[in-house]
Design a protein around this ligand. Sequence first.
Ligand code: NAI
Length: 270
Amino acid sequence: MYNLLKGKRGIIFGALDENSIAWKTAERVHAEGGTFVLTNAPIAMRMGQIKELADKTGSEIIPADATNLEDLENLVAKSMEILGGKIDFVLHSIGMSVNVRKGRHYTDQNYDFTSKGWDVSAVSFHKVMQTLYKQDAMSEWGSIVALTYMAAQRTFPDYNDMADNKAYLESIARSFGYFFGKEKKVRVNTISQSPTPTTAGQGVKGFGGFIAYADKMSPLGNATAQDCADYTVSLFSDLTKKVTMQNLFHDGGFSNTGVSQEVIEEFSGE
Ligand code: NAI
C-alpha cells in the first residue's frame, strides 16, 4: 500500500455486507491510512454485518437514512467530532428501486415506489452534499464520489427505473460539482461501475446473464468491487485534484466496445 490517504478523514455510506462495493472501499481506504465513519440506513444495520467491518477498520458507526435530513445533519456533525476535523472524502454507495423489489415492470410503475426509489438512489446524493455544504464540513481539495451504472446513458431493459435514477444522480454530480468546486475547492464525480455481484446488483432481473455478457464484451473483463475500491481510492487521493464533474466509466472498456470477438462467436455458430 502507498499511504495515499494518510491523515485523511471520511464518511462511507452503503457497506451492507462483505460483497458491497462500499465494504471493499472501506477496507482499501483503511489500508491506505484513511480514517472514516461508516453509515447505513438503520434497517440495513440490523440485517448487515457492518459491525464486523467497523471493528476491522477501527471505525465508528453512525446510522442514518440518507433520505432524512435530520439524520444527515447529525451524521456530518458527529463525524467531524469523532474524526477530529473536516471531511476529506465521502463515498455515496446507495441504491434501491422499490419497483424492482416488488417486481413492477418499467411500463407498469407504482409512482409511490418510483418516488421512494428516486429519493433513496438519486436525491439522497443531493441531500448528503447539501448537508456537507451548509455545515462547511468539507476540507479544501476534498473529494466526493457516488456510484452509478451505464443504464443512465444506454437502455438495459431490466434495469427498470434505476436507469432514470442514475441519470438524475449523474446530473446532480455535475450541478453540485460546480458549486462545490467554486466555493470550496471540492471535487464531485460519479464512477460508472461494471455489473458487480452484490445484494443491490443481484436484485436486477437476469443478473447472471447480464454480468456474463458484460464480461465477454469488455476487453479487460468486468471491473470487480475490489477494482472499484482501488479506483475510488485514487479519486480520494491528492493525485486527482483537478478531476471533477465527471462520470467516469470503470468497466473494462465495455462502454466503448461495439461488439467483441467472443460475442460474435456466440452468434455465428462457428
Ligand atoms: P449493496 O446492496 O451492497 O449496497 C447498497 C446500499 O444502499 C446498502 O448498504 C443499503 O443498505 C444502502 N441503502 C439503501 N437504502 C438506503 C437509505 N435509505 N439510506 C442509506 N443507505 C441506504 O450493493 P452495491 O452494489 O455495493 O451498491 C452500491 C452502489 O453501487 C449503488 O449505488 C449501486 O447502484 C451502484 N452500482 C452497483 C452495480 C452492481 O452491479 N452491483 C453496478 C453499478 C453501480
